[in-house]
Design a protein around this ligand. Sequence first.
Ligand SMILES: Cc1cc2nc3c(=O)[nH]c(=O)nc-3n(C[C@H](O)[C@H](O)[C@H](O)COP(=O)(O)OP(=O)(O)OC[C@H]3O[C@@H](n4cnc5c(N)ncnc54)[C@H](O)[C@@H]3O)c2cc1C
Length: 329
Amino acid sequence: MKPEYDVIVIGGGAAGYFAAVNIAEKHPKLKILIIEKAKTVLNKVRISGGGRCNVTNRISDPAELVKFYPRGEKELTGPFTRFTTSDTVNWFEQRGVKLKVENDGRVFPESDDSGTIIKCFLNIAEKYKIELITGVNINSIFKVNDIWNLSSSDNRHFTSEYLLIAPGSSKTILDILKKLSHTIIPPVPSLFTFNIKDSRLKELAGVAVKNVQCSLEGFKKTTDGPLLITHWGLSGPSILKMSSFAARYLSKINYKCKLQVNWLPRYKKEELHDLLLKIKEKNIRKGVIKTPVLEIPLSLWKNLVLYSGINEDQKWFELSNSVINKLLE
Ligand SMILES: Cc1cc2nc3c(=O)[nH]c(=O)nc-3n(C[C@H](O)[C@H](O)[C@H](O)COP(=O)(O)OP(=O)(O)OC[C@H]3O[C@@H](n4cnc5c(N)ncnc54)[C@H](O)[C@@H]3O)c2cc1C
């Protein structure tokens, strides 16, 4: 018996749509169906990049690009070579989407609106009459006589010659794939902020430090970059990078671990000691918590000073060498 569709795509997200419209452009006669469990499609694309959609990056050399993927370096070298970031830029521009590169290398639609990307996908899908069914959750996949048979939780059935699975991190689909003899590496969260209760962060929500170095107890790699203190702990690129590099380690230790932040990574400990002595000399009669120290925001400096046992009214001349050393810990 002939299947109803030539290609069924499970998942109406960025991956599903990009795949479906490319197949349609190359093979316009194929009957293609996208099945999406949500009521609307491309929902993550809409909120991506703060609503602007960071489409790709200026870095085009695959060898350089893979370094930004902590656990996918080996696996992504092939795909990034076959379809580079320049190919992505060309792909959108050839379909009328004007893009711009920002100073940090990120590429956005000129419109600064993720809706432009969504419209591009939907227009092509409409042009090639790609069918779409929303609100349908596929919960069973099996093959009979070389034909893919799909069923949904509301008991609908679909058949197709080819099947493309793009359901993001859906656990249901991962479990189905496991049953179909695929090897699944269990996914763990990545790119998250840290929940930390520490008196040194008290009342500092919103304070940002330009460049810190982070390390986790028991984990080799360090990360650097800006850091943001939040109401619940820490965020910013240095933390997000750490959450990504240490994703598996953190999952293994149940997200309980000591984090060390070097607030002034540009300086060696001895250099900092000398610098603090110079600051002491210059501000000998001033209050320690009131003296700005290098790039550390004053409010953070105050908390660090109080944490090290120096009291609120203490002046620099009252600090002994050993107290200064304690400040550096
Ligand atoms: C806040 C935020 C900002 C982001 N910003 C950016 C950015 O600027 N640039 C960037 O490149 N990336 C960004 N990302 C990441 C990006 O959104 C994702 O990597 C991308 O959307 C993944 O696309 P996908 O199609 O693989 O998965 P998804 O977008 O998750 O799509 C999968 C779809 O499959 C559907 N589905 C799942 N299971 C089933 C099922 N059983 N039956 C039917 N349908 C099913 C889901 O409902 C979903 O719509 C951001 C993500 C977030 C959360």
